[in-house]
Design a protein around this ligand. Sequence first.
Ligand SMILES: [Zn+2]
Length: 1021
Amino acid sequence: MFSRASSFLRFISPSARKHKFSPLFLPSHSQATFRSISAMATQRALEIVEHSDMIRSAGDKRLYRAMTLKNGMKVVLVSDPDTDKSSAALDVHVGFMKDPKDLPGLAHFCEHMLFLGTKKYEEENAYNKFLSEHGGMSNAYTSSENTNYFFDIRPENLPGALDRFAQFFLCPLFTPSATDREVNAVNSENDKNLQQDPWRFNMLDRSLGNPDHDYTKYGTGNKDTLDTIPKSKGLNTRDELLKFHSQYYSSNIMSLAVLGKESLDELSEMVLPLFDPVANKSVEIPSWKEGPYGPEHVKKICYAVPVKDLRNLSVSWTIPDLSDYYASNPGHILGHLIGHEGKGSLLSELKQKGWVNSLCGGQTDGANGFMFFRIDFDLSEEGLEHVDDILLKMFQYIEMLRKEGPQEWVYKECQQLSDMIFKFKDKEMPINYTSFLARRTQKYPLPEVLSGSYLLTEYRPDLITMVLDKLVPETMRIGVVAKKFADVVDQKEKWYGTDYKVEDIPEEKIQKWKNCGLGENLHLPPRNEFIPTNFDLVPREKDCSHLPEMVKETGLTRLWFRQDDKFLLPKACMSFDISSPIAYIDPLHANMSTLFTELFKDALNEYAYDAELAGLSYDLMSTIWGMVLQVKGYHEKQPILLRKILEKLTDFKVDPKRFEIHKEMYIRGLRNFFAEEPYQHSVYYTNNLMAEVQWTKAELLQSAEDVTVEKLQAFIPELLSQLFIEGLIYGNVTKQQAKDIIDMTENILSEKCGTRELLPSQYKRYREVQIPDGCYYLYQTDNKVHKSSSIAIYYQCGMQDTLPNMLLELLVQIVGEPCFNILRTKEQLGYIVFSGVRRARGVQGLRVIIQSDRPPQYVDDRVEAFLHHMDSVIQEMSQEEYDKHVNALVTKRMDKPKKINGQNSKYWSEILSNTYNFDRDDIEVACLKTIKKDSLMKFFKDFIAVDAPHRHKLSIHILPANEGLGTDEPNTNDNGIDLLPVPPNLPKPTIVDDISDFKRHLGLYPLPKPFIDIRRARSKL
Ligand SMILES: [Zn+2]
């Protein structure tokens, strides 16, 4: 795997701290508060780049205007009359590297606080409430150098949202009350990350540099750094927030991207008067002459102990900042080669030895002024004993690159791929696109804002050689991560408590690697045969349905087809749901199914890697009813790849060595589940209790050791002996081509492994457990790794169908924003406060998930108090407000997929769930528009209210294992907020001790009926 600049986060930690755990669904409608001020862009800008001067993707129909305002702010406007949502994002070129030394986390805290009230819109939830009521959402992140804010909204309400947004940068409030409370959200966010290895190793890596360098700062912050310690030193955090904002939030280091339905002139008139008044404090963009690792920090090896059972090796070098060389991107070219996975690659050699399973290499961001080149290896057990040998091979590969010298054909291949990716790129979601553009505008000249991160336009062998020359043993830093170092570590990282030890790399090893010579199997990759050459659209199907239609059915297969007429790209998606009755019959078979798919992908990797580079990828996943195979990307060579996959599938030989490695990885993966976060456990147990059959991680673990090469080899033909395959082919394909593909699939299977069709009764889908009316079950367990607790509450509301689906979604729409505002912002129960719809096996309900440092029962009661409060809120809601919510939900549901893969997923999920409601959005939205407030109230009274006749509640409480959480909470918390009263008549739960026993005594829901008449569809064939 190679990494493109700044997207390299595979083993290294996410360096961005997000404002919210997950986008919440927020409420709808409006009186536009925006006054249109007529002002031409020309009067307010120093520099304007018009649409025709921007380098654009050929298929991009949107119009652009980029400019630098007189206050120095860079602005990109995007006009898209077809957009379902409008959006804006603002990036400030300051991040946690500029935190004051004695206030770690201040930049991040500032980001949180800007959401909580401005002078013009004082209410704490004014911004989120407005977005929520108009089908929008928002988020933000703080990284080492940037803070990025973004939202989307129903297009009609862009002016109102922008006005609220602009105030963040004009007149934030930072009220003392919100400041005191919100520090708890930051603290909870930090708690969430404390036991996560990517965060721990990112911090450890930073902390090993020069302590005076800003790169070594700790950026999240917590209650100690932002509250307790400053207080003890007489520092007022709120004053410091105001200072930080007034010092760094300067227009000249901000960039703004706004996307709307309006024309460019209209957007200019809407946007410029709002952002023109942002003060220019002439802040210099921070830069660093040197990296954090001086001569005393290199030639070191660091051994560290992970929380999960991981084994990684990483090597890194500081390299010059290559950002200015984006046109030739030497780091990318080298990453492409070092991270290659085909024949002759470093990975190929290391896999052959059984030492390494995956590898990722390339340039990674440092900060303005320096960068890193980094190579990460995922080690097998044996690999951990061969770290020096792996490094020797790595240096031999680098030596081979030096000896061969830069190759223009390699550059040309990379260039060809980048051109193709840019030319045929999918349309982005507005909210992602504006965030991306705001960030890119900080990096590239205005005419290249759209293209700069994609295109290669200049071949610079000198730069490739320059970077290559930096990759030497004398300046390297090595990190090795494994549980076994627990015995040798002698230091603890300050913020996350990671145990580690640093040693010098002995001189003789350096010399050995310096004089490594060449490895006999290592060579440059062959030319990539998968690069597509045919980008034409296939002949158009006449009188084709605008939804997928059944085009073929035999006893063995059923095929759905739709030719794309919306995205018009040379791409297609082929999906196959392969049902086998034996795939999941017991934990042993479930384990074998998973191991088979993993070994399969491992064996095909060298072949398929070139295809993946060329934008054509596949995946084979085991499911509880068999397997799912998907092939996606450029259409031209899909049949070639599919044929290869099918031939390999039907003729698969288990390699004993790879088997042992994958079995060990698989078992480790199962065990590592127990170190996942509490909220993930609460989600997992909800499903475990509600599914008719789901083997638990513990059950899978117990039988995993029993899998042998012989058993697995015998299992594969048995798995393939009787199948039903249901497929969907969607994209740039003709009906005949689709039929040919399913014929090929059927032929290969029946010829090579005599596959027979399933009996109808062998086609099995598991069902959902039915909680009886008025029942409340509670399952409690602990999480031995993390210190937070978690709850998941599920109010089961019955079978999915058009009307109940819309009633539930409307309820979630109304509940979402107040749930966040009351339970997170006001009560500060935790960073993760989520409410939403849970759907599985044709059944659905309302779910609330919270990760907290409070006892689960307390949090559970707070959710009940909140829902009780919502009872009267909905009751008293005005018609106008109700209509806003309906419209907001309409906006969300009519937000159409932007990518062919997204559209494919929608169709595919209808097939996987056997519901076949391909026109679901239109059908459900039409129903939604007819729902009266009374019906919603009745739905609430029937299913959610404390005394609801059809209340079905399941609570999962995850307790931290070691630390006891306080149990008695006063009626007001330490934030001085009056708490909503807990309803007095809450039912007492039935405790679930034994999950199997629990399920044995409950009924099951029926499976959903198909939305369309399958027999009629079949009769039309
Ligand atoms: Zn945050």
